[in-house]
Design a protein around this ligand. Structure first.
Ligand code: BEZ
Length: 392
């Protein structure tokens, strides 16, 4: 029997002993991919679509990556940062996964980084946009196939200013993603001469919006920019229309506002403009093939979350082929991940030096129940990766 490092020792001791113990044996063993994702609560739909995107990509590779049969090990992170250390320990030391993926929630991502950094396990962030993951806390073995909070919100400021909206109200869930998205938006908006009339922070995952919507009606800004996602976003957009604001004060957001919930929002979503690194209607061969296959496999429509999961497994497939499935060869595996080039459903995909995707950010508008692409809001958007000093 082969004993791996993680069988022998606990989290605290790994760093000290890693030099003397052999790396994990892999051989013909299954490739265990941990999924730290929400399967309950307001982000459950996001977790399910990331999972199904990953399963689709694995199936397209015949169920094997780098010659090893894939086994997915999901854990419900409940979008709860306080449970993140225990959940990561469960996957890394209990389940002994070879690769860690997830989460959706930026707070969970921040809370998992300490173990991830010390454990030196290839980790692919499949949603959470927390800046520090590929910024101040960046490390060679962490990659992101999603976005940074800056990427999805900074370009929206220019879009709103060009539309003549000079006075804005901001509304958002009050945790890392909301705070960082608004900071990015404000950076761009201030540069272009825009003024923020009011910032309304709502505790996560509250979906009680009415009182704040009355405030917005009274303030009469030129436009409103928001961050909400999942079930909360579905409710926000309907409440905004029910409050009579849809036709009076244009609503903008990062694209999470309508992703995966457009059908639930119905007519209330008509006209909303958002910025995101994906749109259902992107007319490229990879997207057409992906959307058809996802629909066939799940009976549901794909969205940005499914794309991020799909791309994580496709990137891993390229990298693992290069190292012949040896997840223990971390240095070589990291180099192989860095060299990944893909035609993703979102367009051309490559990682930046900080391991965040460099990608186009699309301007989308809901028209006739569809997400229509109006153009590219920012070409080759590259997160500033503030504070990232990648050790070589
Ligand atoms: C986040 O917490 O980073 C996040 C959650 C849902 C959608 C987008 C970002």
């Amino acid at each position: 029997m082969t004993l791996s490092r993680r069988t022998l020792i606990g989290a605290g001791a790994t760093a000290a002993l890693s030099a003397v113990l052999p790396r994990r044996a892999y051989g013909a063993a299954k490739l265990r991919i941990g999924l730290l994702l929400p399967y309950s609560g307001t982000y459950a739909g996001l977790g399910n679509n990331i999972t199904d995107g990953m399963k689709l990509a694995a199936a397209e590779h015949g169920g094997k990556l780098g010659g090893r049969e894939v086994e997915f090990v999901p854990v419900d992170d409940e979008s709860d940062p306080s449970k993140a250390p225990a959940n990561v320990n469960k996957l890394v030391f209990g389940e002994k996964v070879d690769v860690l993926t997830g989460p959706v929630h930026s707070g969970v991502a921040m809370a998992m980084m300490q173990i991830v950094k010390s454990e030196k396990l290839l980790t692919i962030v499949t949603n959470a946009g927390a800046q520090a993951v590929t910024g101040a806390l960046c490390v060679p073995h962490v990659f992101r196939t999603s976005f940074s909070n800056w990427q999805t919100s900074y370009p929206a400021a220019d879009v709103m200013l060009k539309a003549g909206h000079k006075k804005a109200v901001l509304m958002f869930w009050n945790y890392a993603v909301g705070i960082e998205s608004m900071a990015a938006f404000k950076e761009g908006y201030a540069k272009g001469g825009g003024t923020i009339v009011k910032e309304i922070a709502v505790p996560f995952p509250s979906a009680e919006f009415q009182a704040n919507l009355s405030d917005i009606a009274a303030l009469k800004p030129d436009a409103v920019f928001v961050f909400f996602a999942g079930a909360g976003a579905a409710k926000f957009v309907k409440d905004y229309a029910d409050a009579g604001l849809r036709d009076r004060i244009p609503l903008y957001g990062s694209g999470f506002l309508t992703e995966g919930v457009l059908a639930a929002q119905g007519a209330a979503a008509e006209g909303i403009k958002t910025t995101l690194h994906y749109a259902d209607s992107l007319d490229n061969p990879a997207n057409r093939k992906f959307r058809e296959a996802f629909k066939k496999a799940t009976g549901r429509n794909a969205d940005v979350y499914a794309v991020q999961g799909y791309d994580a497994v496709n990137a891993l497939a390229q990298a693992l082929d290069k190292v012949k499935g040896d997840t223990g060869a971390l240095k070589e595996l990291v180099a192989a991940m860095e060299s990944v080039r893909m035609e993703s459903p979102r367009g051309a995909f490559r990682f930046s030096k900080a391991h965040n995707p460099i990608q186009d950010i699309y301007l989308r508008q809901v028209k006739g129940g569809q997400e229509v692409v109006l153009g590219v809001a920012m070409k080759d958007a590259d997160d500033p990766a503030t504070g990232c000093k990648m050790p070589s």
